[in-house]
Design a protein around this ligand. Structure first.
Ligand code: HEC
Length: 129
């Protein structure tokens, strides 16, 4: 009960998580380590979630050309440019916490492990240098 009230108070006061995505990146989020190796299993699991939840805005190849995007233009995930930071930890935080009203957080819909699978999958879409 007390914990709930405290949480509510923090929300009302505009509490921001220390790893909240920020333009230019967030060093606290960058510290989060990716515990999931890039394996065929991880990529396949990430792809399933991507197709279910992300493709409609970010598009089949990740270019941000999904058909259902409304509001802000979805980020191009294969350009190599990351508004909210390019580390695995920052991408993880963008997905879990959301970056804006047009890119909402997915923490309630994807487990932590599957979020890492999505991070691995999204990274696999970018052309190799
Ligand atoms: C309703 C459309 C929509 C959906 C669905 C959506 N996104 Fe986004 N996404 C956006 C928009 C718009 C932005 C740019 C937001 C901004 O600039 O604040 C964005 C930004 C991002 C970013 C930050 C990119 C950067 O440059 O730092 C990542 C990572 C991302 N999305 C991944 C995902 C993943 C993974 C999913 C599925 C779990 C997903 N998005 C679902 C619209 C969407």
């Amino acid at each position: 009960m007390v914990a709930r009230l405290l949480l509510l108070a923090l929300l009302v006061l505009g509490f921001q998580s220390p790893t909240a995505p920020r333009k230019g990146g967030n060093p606290e989020a960058a510290k989060i380590r990716n515990p999931i190796a890039v394996t065929p299993e991880s990529l396949a699991a990430g792809k399933r979630f991507y197709q279910r939840l992300c493709i409609r805005c970010h598009g089949p190849s990740g270019k941000g050309d999904g058909e259902a995007a409304v509001g802000a233009e979805p980020a191009d995930l294969v350009s190599g440019k990351w508004t909210f930071g390019s580390t695995d930890g920052e991408i993880y935080a963008s997905i879990r916490e959301g970056t804006s009203k047009d890119m909402e957080g997915y923490a309630a819909r994807i487990s932590e492990i599957d979020t890492w699978n999505v991070v691995n999958y999204v990274r696999s879409l970018a052309p190799k240098r």
